[in-house]
Ligand binder design. Structure first.
Ligand code: NAD
Length: 334
């Protein structure tokens, strides 16, 4: 199978490319990434020169580039997106550009140059907005709360519209919060690990009671592979592991793994529009495609902490002033 992966130098894309190449010798991957926020050229440097892997630096909203890129592939897996909610609040425009116009361009390239290709569009639980009790099903209405989730919801709508109008083979996955190796230091888990390693205080938004359902990144990669190979066209698949935890609990677990005291936690003014709880019902992908998570949360979190301890040379150049500033939320919301 020839796969075009977009956004493959980011956190999940990097793990997905490594996962696919390690399990299938027949697969050929072209990775297009603009090397923007969240990416790191070093992530897949060791694959350069390998016959079944090719990297192109480029933007998914460039129609000429995408027209060339989709021509000879069997499938496209789109990870490319601006992903940090805080940044979307401060400066929404790049989110509209990449997450909406970028996906529109991929769909246009497929419509004009390769109607036989299949697109797996990687979306998020955030498109449903928050839920007090119970869990969202794929058929529930979208109710995004911030510019990031609104841009992802818009892209989902475009994908479904292109399936219905032009009969394109498009599948959507919506997954909960990922964690694991190669995640950019601005996100909660790596930021907490890195600040604690550096003996800096660890900030938590609001009361720390916001609930997220955490999934180890390789469980997400396996779910995407199953949707790519066996999912039905025009369908949405929720992906979740059932590890619902308050942010404060996750931070405390990380500090325990690092042998640090809880008194380095401090609470900061909450993010505007901060959803209290996300929760997905993933019974569809479990019953239809036989997916289930294979990684236990606590041991996968410990492994992740150990990965960051072992790979300081990976994160040191990425841990910018914004992440290491003694009061990072002030910079975030300016
Ligand atoms: N991280 C999570 O917890 C999570 C959960 C559910 C869904 N998702 C979705 O999964 C996808 C990947 O997330 P991630 O955490 O790996 O993000 P990331 O920020 O680590 O990586 C995104 C990658 O996309 C690239 N990119 C952005 N705009 C681009 C453009 N216009 N053209 C080409 N490349 C572009 C960036 O350079 C980066 O390498 C995103 O679409 C995100 O919405 C993430």
């Amino acid at each position: 199978m020839r796969i075009l992966v977009t956004g493959g130098l980011g956190f999940i894309g990097t793990n997905f490319i490594r996962y696919m190449l390690s399990r299938d010798r027949e697969v050929e991957i072209t990775n297009i990434d603009k090397v923007g926020a969240g990416s790191n050229l070093e992530n897949l440097e060791d694959l350069n020169g390998q016959a079944n892997y090719r990297f192109i630096r480029g933007d998914i909203s460039d129609l000429k580039l995408m027209a060339e890129a989709v021509k000879d592939v069997d499938a496209i897996v789109n990870f490319a997106a601006e992903t940090h909610v805080d940044r979307s609040i401060r400066e929404p425009r790049p989110f509209i550009q990449s997450n909406i116009l970028g996906v529109f361009t991929i769909l246009e390239a497929m419509r004009k140059y390769n109607r036989d290709a299949c697109l797996v569009h990687v979306s998020t639980d955030e498109v449903y907005g928050e839920i007090q009790r119970g869990s969202f099903k794929e058929s529930d209405r979208l109710n995004p709360s911030n510019p990031y989730s609104a841009s992802k919801a818009s892209a989902d709508m475009l994908c479904l519209a292109y399936h219905k109008t032009y009969n394109l083979n498009v599948k959507i996955t919506r997954c909960t919060n990922n964690f694991g190796p190669y995640q950019f230091p601005e996100k909660l888990i790596p930021k907490t690990i890195i600040r604690a390693i550096k003996n800096l205080k660890v900030p938590i938004y609001g009361t720390g009671k916001n609930v997220r359902d955490w999934i180890y990144v390789l469980d997400h990669c396996e779910a995407i592979r199953l949707v790519l190979e066996n999912g039905r066209s025009g369908e949405i698949y929720n992906i979740s592991s059932g590890n619902e935890l308050e942010n404060i609990e996750v931070v405390r677990m990380i500090l325990r793994h690092l042998g640090k005291d809880d008194d380095i936690i401090f609470f900061v003014e909450d993010r505007p529009g901060h959803d209290l709880r996300y929760s997905l019902d993933s019974s569809k992908i479990r019953s239809e495609l036989g997916w289930r998570p294979l990684h236990d949360f606590s041991s996968a979190l410990k492994e992740t902490v150990e990965w960051y301890l072992r790979n300081e040379s990976w994160w040191r150049p990425l841990a910018t002033k914004e992440i290491l500033h003694p009061t990072p939320w002030k910079l975030n919301l300016q």
